[in-house]
Write a protein that binds this ligand. Structure first.
Ligand code: UDP
Length: 235
């Protein structure tokens, strides 16, 4: 196995599947199956899932809400997604724990680093809900931070695009994909991998990132087995 401990970042938006809002049951099960395939091999898996399919802090203004309130709503949205993923995984017989950055004691454990490490060592899939628990951050930042804290080998950013391109491939058909790129090149070329806070955290802590297509069956498994999938960002 190339990686022993991974942090998988899934966007909330991807959970919508073909829907306009919320959670697509089929997509949810598909993601759970992908996670099961790697967890069953003994890879320790931590997951951070976004909330964009339900609410994002940046939408707050349009609702006449203040930003901080909106961000907390976004964080709670990630808890809803995390609970859904937790149930989907458990349906497949994978033990999980949901640890939240915002305390919601009836539905999940509070985030405690040592506890997260213990769960991972015991082979439980650990889902980190509520981002880092503070407004003005994103779940990408939470993914980077938690990955560093639990000493994950890599952040796997599962998207609907199969890597990092010279330009947005959904807008520019001439865009080409980088199989590998350095942190500095990403910054020089001003490429959009993660928000700057999240990206800088990875760079400063020498934590590699792989951007890959999570919707392609078997990609996650290929990645942990060392196959080249998506784009690898390293020093
Ligand atoms: N959020 C936050 N702090 C965090 C993580 C998330 O305030 O540490 C809020 C923020 O408003 C964000 C929303 O939660 O817009 C949902 O997360 P995100 O946009 O990262 O989800 P994704 O785009 O991955 O679906």
């Amino acid at each position: 196995m190339k990686y022993n401990r991974i942090l998988l970042k899934l966007s909330g938006e991807a959970l919508m599947g073909r829907q306009q809002y919320g959670i697509d049951a089929e997509r949810l099960m598909q993601y759970a199956e992908e996670v099961r395939a790697v967890a069953q091999l003994g890879v320790q898996v931590a997951v951070v899932i976004g909330g964009g399919n339900i609410f994002r802090g940046v939408q707050a203004e349009a609702f006449g809400l203040d930003r901080v309130q909106g961000d907390y709503m976004g964080m709670l949205a990630t808890v809803i997604n995390s609970m859904a993923l937790q149930s989907a995984l458990e349906k497949l017989g994978i033990p999980t724990r949901l640890l939240s950055g915002v305390t919601i004691q009836r539905v999940c454990e509070p985030y405690i680093r040592r506890r997260a490490l213990r769960h991972l060592e015991k082979g439980r899939v650990v889902i980190f809900g509520a981002g880092i628990g503070s407004p003005y951050f994103t779940t990408d930042s939470a993914a980077s931070l938690r990955a560093i804290e639990v000493e994950a080998d890599v952040v796997l950013k599962g998207t609907r695009v199969d890597g990092i391109y010279t330009a947005d491939p959904e807008k520019d058909p001439s865009a080409t994909r980088f199989p590998q790129i350095t942190f500095d090149e990403v910054m020089e070329k001003n490429l959009n991998v993660m928000d700057m806070t999240a990206f800088t955290l990875c760079k400063e802590n020498n934590l590699p990132i792989i951007v890959f297509d999570m919707n392609k069956e078997g990609n996650l498994l290929k990645l942990v087995q060392g196959e080249t999938v998506g784009t690898l960002v390293t020093m």
